[in-house]
Each structure stands twice: as structure tokens, then as C-alpha cells.
Design a protein around this ligand. Structure first.
Ligand code: SAH
Ligand code: SF4
Ligand code: F3S
Length: 433
């Protein structure tokens, strides 16, 4: 089989983006060349997400479009990998029989068997296996920053969530391997790494925990900036807060999903913390770190959520003052504990709650960003603005996008930029000499 060009389409979270980087590295090391459009590609891989029904529908939509390409050119190979491949397996092939092969979340490293290096590999491979934990390749976000997966899987089983079923049990990579990975990224000119895991706080390598990993990487690799996501409030220890405060390479941003402001709903979600615990964590963080940007995830319309309980989420959002938030309508995931509950908040009720929440958060983000006007930030310049080629785009320590006019030579460097204007989503500024 002679296949030489490929295109990977990534859905879902940053873990998937990192995994797509691994798939690219596997393909490039075997002579494949990445192309822009599916039309040109001999091999098309959809790396998929199952977290909400809508995420899966989007993938089926794309598969429908691609089936026409397949019909015109039956030699083209079409693969579905990742969380949806893991969850649906055979039933995915039943619904989209033109798909050539299906690889689960732990089978990415089996890809070579499907590009002509070995015959007789199963059409669907979704068995969980831990052997590939040792051979990870970092994925590049841009030239100057990179994602590094530090753990896989999740053991928390929040009652609404499919991730523990599609990503398997939690496993951490050894500290020594991660240090090695970051070192080689630094040698390649990377200035910032983002450590990824479904719950990075519960990272463990023998006696060493997540704080130890952060401190070791900061001390031993020469990396300039470190970020991580996602954190679970139940595992955010005082030790970790102290590490964020004490280690200069740690960026002042924390993504800490709250999900709901109601104690009863949090309990039903299996989140095992209370809102008052969450509020205390935020107070401790702000005391220890000072200025820190906080972002979160929120779900509206969880089974049995009353109007009053939804208002508690609004109150929490107001009280904490998040810099930004990802906000979702509850979506039933078959096989999860919450799928047993009555999904009794109507779709229109969910939409109304979500709209109200988004509009509140938009105002808060706007106010937060207005406070940035006049401040100076160290910005990692990672490219040009999507709308205007002559405008550069960078990230502040708090992970906000800052746009400013300057020469392209600054891309891939850290610069001082002063904020001059802001809206809910972006800061605008000018380069300081
Ligand atoms: N491991 C991370 C992220 C998991 S998925 C964490 O625990 O924070 C990202 C977000 O999707 C979750 O935080 C949650 O807000 C949302 N989510 C997960 N399952 C969902 C569902 N069934 N319906 C709606 N939102 C969901
Ligand atoms: Fe899902 Fe909860 Fe695990 Fe996050 S911590 S991936 S929400 S089960
Ligand atoms: Fe989606 Fe899988 Fe990530 S379900 S959110 S791609 S872990």
C-alpha cells in the first residue's frame, strides 16, 4: 500500500490535540506528509470526542461529508480514533461502514499496523492496554509552546461524565521521562509547556506527587513557563498552592472546574467537594499567589436542578469572579451513573439557563479585562492575529490573548506589552521598547 499524505481532524479537548500531535509524529517518521485538506489526503484520521451528544453528532456530520470523498476515491483511507471510537466500536462501523479502521484511546501506537506495515490487524481495536505509556511524543501547540501529557485516564467517575469509560484508569508517566521530554523541547526552542491530564492534581510517580513534578521540571530543564490543566478541586492541596506561589516559572492561571454552585447538585454530580470548600480554595490561592486568573467549567440543567439551584450557580459565578468559563448544557451519556436519573430539565429550560449564565459571565469577563487596561504583561508571542496579519498575538501569564502591532520577528519570544483596550474575550496593547 502506497499512502503518503495525511490529514488529521481533531475534535474535543487538549488531550486529543496532544494525541493528534503524537499521531502526526508517528506518520511523519514513516514518510507521510501533512496536507491542508481532506481532499488531498490519502489517509484521513478523525480524532474524536464523546463528552456530549453534540460532540458526537458533529463527528457523524463530518463522516457523512467524507463518505462522498471515499466514494469518488475508494483508495483513500478513512480512520476514526479517540474517545468516540472507544465508546462506539462496532456500532460506529455499523453506522458508517465506509470507515476503514477504528482505534481506541489506548491504541494510537498501533497506527503503524494500519498503514501497510503489518497485515491482519483487527478492523476495530479498542482494548485498553498500558504498554504504550512509555513511548510518548510531545505535541507542538506552536513553535514556542507545547503540550505534554503527564497522565492518562480518570478515576473520578463524576456521575455525568463519559471520560473514565473512554479513557480508562488513571496512569501517570514517570517524572524522569517528563523531565527528559521537557528538556528536549527546550533544546528545540520551546519556552512554555502545558502539562495535560484529566486531573493533573492526582499525578503520582511512586513517592512523588504533582508539586514534586512541577518543582523538578522548573529546576532541571530551563523551561521558562509552566502551565497545567485540568485541576480537580478535591485534589488541590495547600502544597500545590504553595508551589504555584513559590516557583517563578509557574504561570498565574488556574483552570478549576466548579460545575455547579449548589451543594445538592454537586453531591449528585459526585464531585465530592462543597461550594464552601471551593470558595476557600480560591481565597487561599489569592492570598498565596496574589493576582491569579481563574477559569472554570459549568454545567446547567443537570437532572433535578431547580431554578433556585441554577441561581446558586449564578451567585457563585458572581462571587468568585471567573476570568472566563466554559459553560455547557447537561447531556445524557449512556452508561454513566447520571443516565439513571430523570433528565427532567427541558431542552428549552436548559437553553434559557445557559444563555443567562453566558451573558452574566460575559459581563464579568468584560469587567475583569477592563481592569487590565494600563497594566504591563510579559507576553509569549505565538503568532499573528487571525483577522489581521500585521497584528501579533500573544498570551499573558493569566492565559489571556493580547493583540498588538509589531514586527513578526517577535514571534516565538517573550515581550513586555502594555494593555490599552479590552473586550470580553481579548486584550489589545502596545509593545514596550
Ligand atoms: N477532566 C476535566 C474535564 C472533563 S470534560 C475535569 O474534570 O474538569 C470537560 C468538561 O465538560 C467538564 O468539566 C464538564 O463541565 C463538561 N461535561 C462533561 N460531561 C458532560 C455532560 N455529560 N454534559 C455536559 N457537560 C459535560
Ligand atoms: Fe470527567 Fe470528572 Fe474525570 Fe473530569 S474528573 S474527566 S469531569 S469524571
Ligand atoms: Fe472529549 Fe475525550 Fe477529551 S471525551 S473532552 S476528547 S477526553
Amino acid at each position: 500500500m502506497q499512502m503518503l499524505t495525511y490529514k488529521i481532524v481533531t475534535f474535543g479537548c487538549q488531550m486529543n490535540l496532544a494525541d493528534s500531535g503524537i499521531l502526526s509524529a508517528i506518520l511523519e517518521s514513516r514518510g507521510f506528509k501533512g496536507v491542508e485538506s481532506e481532499k488531498e489526503a490519502d489517509l484521513i484520521i478523525l480524532n474524536t470526542c464523546s463528552v456530549r451528544q453534540k460532540a458526537e453528532e458533529r463527528v457523524f456530520g463530518r463522516l457523512g461529508e467524507l463518505s462522498a470523498l471515499k466514494r469518488d476515491n475508494p483508495d483513500k483511507k478513512l480512520a476514526v480514533v479517540g474517545c468516540m471510537a472507544q465508546r462506539l466500536g462496532q456500532s460506529l462501523l455499523d453506522r458508517a461502514p465506509y470507515v476503514d479502521f477504528v482505534l481506541g484511546t489506548d491504541r494510537l501506537f498501533d497506527l503503524p499496523q494500519y498503514i501497510g506495515e503489518q497485515n491482519g490487524a483487527p478492523l476495530i481495536h479498542t482494548e485498553f492496554g498500558h504498554e504504550n505509556i512509555d513511548i510518548d511524543l510531545p505535541a507542538r501547540d506552536s513553535k514556542c509552546s507545547a503540550f505534554v501529557t503527564i497522565s492518562r485516564g480518570c478515576d473520578n467517575f463524576c456521575t455525568y461524565c463519559i471520560v473514565p469509560y473512554v479513557r480508562g484508569r488513571e496512569r501517570s508517566y514517570p517524572v524522569s521521562d517528563l523531565v527528559q521530554q521537557v528538556r528536549s523541547l527546550v533544546e528545540d526552542g520551546v519556552l512554555e509547556v502545558t502539562f495535560l491530564g484529566q486531573n493533573v492534581n492526582s499525578y503520582r510517580d511512586g513517592e512523588r506527587d504533582f508539586s514534586d513534578l512541577l518543582r523538578t521540571v522548573a529546576e532541571e530543564t530551563g523551561i521558562k513557563r509552566i502551565r497545567f490543566m485540568t485541576s480537580h478541586p478535591k485534589d488541590l492541596s495547600d502544597r500545590l498552592i504553595d508551589t504555584i506561589a513559590a516557583v517563578p516559572e509557574m504561570m498565574p492561571h488556574l483552570h478549576l472546574p466548579l460545575q455547579s454552585g449548589s451543594e445538592r447538585i454537586l453531591k449528585k454530580m459526585g464531585r465530592v467537594y462543597t461550594y464552601s470548600h471551593y470558595r476557600n480554595l480560591v481565597r487561599r490561592l489569592r492570598e498565596a499567589v496574589g493576582e491569579i486568573s481563574l477559569t472554570t467549567d459549568l454545567i446547567v440543567g443537570f437532572p433535578s436542578e431547580t431554578e433556585d439551584e441554577f441561581r446558586m450557580t449564578l451567585d457563585a459565578v458572581r462571587e468568585i469572579g471567573f476570568d472566563s468559563a466554559f459553560m455547557f448544557r447537561y447531556s445524557v451519556r449512556e452508561g454513566t451513573a447520571a443516565a439513571q436519573y430523570n433528565d427532567d430539565v427541558s431542552e428549552t429550560g436548559k437553553i434559557r439557563r445557559l444563555t443567562e449564565l453566558i451573558s452574566l459571565q460575559k459581563n464579568i469577563s468584560f469587567e475583569k479585562n477592563q481592569c487590565e487596561i494600563g497594566r504591563e504583561h510579559s507576553v509569549l508571542v505565538d503568532g499573528v492575529s487571525r483577522r489581521d496579519e500585521s497584528v501579533l498575538k500573544g498570551k499573558t501569564g493569566g492565559n489571556k490573548t493580547l493583540l498588538f502591532k509589531a514586527d513578526k520577528k517577535y514571534i516565538g519570544t517573550i515581550q513586555q506589552v502594555k494593555v490599552t483596550a479590552a473586550d470580553s474575550w481579548t486584550l489589545h496593547g502596545e509593545l514596550l521598547g
